[in-house]
Design a protein. Structure first.
Length: 94
């Protein structure tokens, strides 16, 4: 992933709800997956926005609605299946 993409992802992360596992991440629920690899993600305020995913994000798993888009502090973005996300992350108190 390029440094430019990572910087864009970091900015995108500011609009997502915060969660914590052994480290804090930003994440949003995927509500739809477009045919062109666009993910439609629910933001912290409840609105929906698009996130253009790189093909490499789907190398091992194709997301489905309900999964999470996770953005790490360094800007790296990944898809996490719902069950794994729910098991490993809890919301950060407001």
């Amino acid at each position: 992933m390029s440094a430019i993409q990572n910087e864009w992802n970091k900015g995108f992360a500011t609009m997502l709800r915060k969660f914590v596992s052994h480290r804090q991440v930003a994440a949003g629920e995927i509500v739809r997956v477009g045919a062109d690899d666009t993910l439609f993600v629910k933001l912290e305020d409840g609105s929906i926005t698009s996130f253009v995913a790189s093909r490499s994000m789907f190398a091992h798993y194709r997301p489905v609605p309900g999964d999470a888009l996770v953005v790490y502090d360094d800007g790296y973005a990944a898809v996490c299946p719902k069950a794994s996300f729910d098991e490993g992350y809890k919301p950060v108190p407001a």
